[in-house]
Design a protein around this ligand. Sequence first.
Ligand code: NAD
Length: 489
Amino acid sequence: MNSTYPDSAEQLLRTLPTGLRIGGQSVPSITGAAFDVTDPATERTLTSVADATVDDALRAVETAHSAASVWAATPTRERSDILRRSYEILVERTDEFAMLMTLELGRALPDSLAEARYGADFLRWFAEEATRINGRVTTSPGGTGQIVVAHEPLGVCLAITPWNFPLAMGTRKIGPALAAGNVMIVKPASETPLTMLALADVLTEAGLPAGVLSVLPTSNAGGVTGAILSDSRVRKVSFTGSTRVGQILLRQAAERVQRTSMELGGNAPFLVFDDADVDAAVEGAFAAKMRNGGEACTAANRFLVHSTIAEEFTTKLTEKMAALRLGAGYDAGVTLGPLISADQRASVAGIVESALASGARLRLGGKIPDGEGFFYPPTVLDQVDAYAPATREEVFGPVAIISTFQTENEAVAAANSTEYGLAAYFYSRDIDRCKRVATALRAGMVGVNRGIISDVAAPFGGVKMSGIGREGGSEGISDYLDSKYIALT
Ligand code: NAD
């Protein structure tokens, strides 16, 4: 064990969850296999976690199926109370969950604290939504009878979550699924299974009946989720992750016509017009770029700045990026942790090299530090062509790529020149321009004069290759309900 861990981390390391969660129990894999979870700051093993096999997956489907009808028939007030209690336990344990996420994900503790609160809030929100699943009754216009529309749970749902928000991407799916009366099997990212296992324990402690939620960490993601989806009792897959894996899951779900929610990759533009408050834009840009150390699908991926204010904007943003303190996320004062893995760091470094090769200017960073851990420094590149290859890829790291524009049309065209459409941001003080540009940007979410847009009460999701469906808000629960039309005389 690393002697430099703070006391709170040392305590957690002695009690890390390591079994699969099936039928309300912590169980080993059928084969007894396990895989390692690594601390990205030291590259050392934190613990080994049970490695679910296809047989474990089938056991989880069986258990989920047998719990489904009882849970669906449980009064919504009772379902709501369990989610609300889970929220309260999570809030009590905010510090513990934040440290756990920092240990397995690497990122700085302040970012983990923010996710601990954000993640808990989805349980509160969907506890509130649970009791407001309303149908409708209308009279047929032809006078032939009554149209009754009821909403029913789907049954067994599969959730597959990414490593970059190990708690919130779970609660954003588990909250609405359980509130709506579904049962769920979660396959967390193999890099960060510990947070999801700890979350399952919180739900059990809050009174969730056995079998309603299973968690299957695995080193065989495709095999395990493929087996689950090949069972026709499974009626939905909700996925957050890369577009490439989303496409595989969409093809698999097509076989049995299972419902899908896909929260996929992004390539968010961040536009700064010449009428913007530059200082506010720099604050917003920093928040939109550096939330979660840049490892967010909503992260500002390309800055498009009017040429007359580009130098001022770039100088000020560079100063803020330079003030970040790089280090192990659990060390006091650190504001930027390591990236999740060596592969992720190589991908970030590759994008920076590609930008430099096509003529970008390096204003900050760009050099991998020596020593252990998957660290990459805060980096700023300007004079990047708005259509350069480096602007086509999702960076997923602390790298700001800055291009310039002359006209609004040029800026909007460049912003929309991507196959993705998750988030977009812009800064302007002209109200007419704000309305025009917000309408013209092809994205599921648009931030106007703000750099942080995530909110449990808002529908989160993308257009184009960024996905299908919405999570959060009242839209989030409808993705877990079927409408049934009952014709009455
Ligand atoms: P990823 O697609 O590699 O992995 C996501 C999850 O899918 C993990 O649990 C992984 O184990 C699993 N997986 C991998 N291969 C699979 C397969 N063949 N079948 C089934 N499951 C499989 O993505 P990542 O690298 O973990 O996460 C980063 C990506 O996630 C980025 O592209 C980012 O934009 C996206 N993301 C999107 C959102 C959103 O809400 N739109 C949120 C966070 C992250």
